[in-house]
Write a protein that binds this ligand. Structure first.
Ligand code: ARG
Length: 258
């Protein structure tokens, strides 16, 4: 676990550096996105409260922050719901302008895409059935338990590292992993804390364990060749941070505890 902690802390440091460097930029409106006048966002919309369906509309923290960024840049936001593990490849291939999906900044992903400044944070959590023998991350790791994860997420990467491939079951969405937990196919699900709370609230008989995992930074992924869009998005995020819009959006979806 100690290794993991060090890894995560260094990722957080890189994210902070990114914030310091990306301070210039403007709000040029045309030519910097795939389709003129449009900001095409890729997400995976089974990750409440960051992105999920309200009827046939995708709502959530990422959807609203991306909408606010698009508004600042004078662009129309178009959201595409795809597999989480296809988002980075799609951005590299020039199919989407941004990836906004509660996506953690990691050193590995930084090899493939740029990340905007951080606009939210998350922590990995363990969801177990009530009454489970698993009491903490160590019992989970030491036993022969099978862990359900969403394919390609940091939960997947960390758990595969810790437990080995044979003890990981990968699912297309976090919700599918939780359904596998409910039907007894897996013994635990490792996923970000806010979706974990939403899944536990929506399903009977599940509970969450605290873990020693460090905090992860969420940011928007952008094609490495598109420095102009990166600067413009960072400028918009700076403004939305300064005028309280980002806090307002996050606090509406994640009411303060207490
Ligand atoms: N924060 C985790 C990661 O970046 C999980 C994100 C999953 N997001 C989603 N929209 N399904 O790997």
């Amino acid at each position: 676990m100690k290794n993991l902690f060090v890894k995560l802390v260094s990722v957080a440091m890189i994210a902070c550096m990114g914030m310091a460097i990306a301070s210039c930029g403007g709000s040029k409106k045309s030519g910097m996105t795939i389709e003129d006048g449009k900001l095409i966002m890729a997400t995976n919309a089974a990750f409440p409260p960051y992105e999920y369906y309200d009827g046939d509309r995708i709502v959530g923290i990422d959807a609203e922050i991306a909408q606010a960024v698009a508004d600042r840049l004078g662009l129309t936001l178009e959201i595409q719901d795809i597999a989480f593990d296809s988002i980075i490849a799609g951005i590299q291939a020039g199919k989407y302008d941004i990836g906004a999906a509660g996506m953690t900044v990691t050193e590995d992903r930084l090899q493939s895409v740029n990340f905007s400044s951080t606009y939210a944070t998350g922590i990995q959590s363990i969801i177990i059935p009530e009454g489970s023998e698993i009491t903490d991350i160590d019992t989970l790791c030491d036993g022969d338990y099978i862990v359900g994860v969403q394919s390609g997420t940091t939960g997947d990467i960390y758990m595969a590292d810790e437990l080995g491939e044979s003890r990981i079951d990968r699912y297309q969405t976090g919700n599918d992993a939780v359904l596998a937990l409910i039907s007894g196919k897996v013994d635990a699900v490792v996923i970000d804390d806010q979706p974990a709370q939403a899944f536990v609230a929506a399903n009977e008989g599940l509970t969450i364990l605290e873990t020693p995992f460090a905090v992860e930074d969420y940011a928007m992924a952008i094609n490495k060749d598109n420095e102009e869009l990166l600067a413009a998005v960072n400028q918009a995020l700076d403004e939305l941070r300064a005028d309280g819009t980002i806090d307002e959006i996050i606090n509406r979806y994640i009411p303060a505890e207490g």
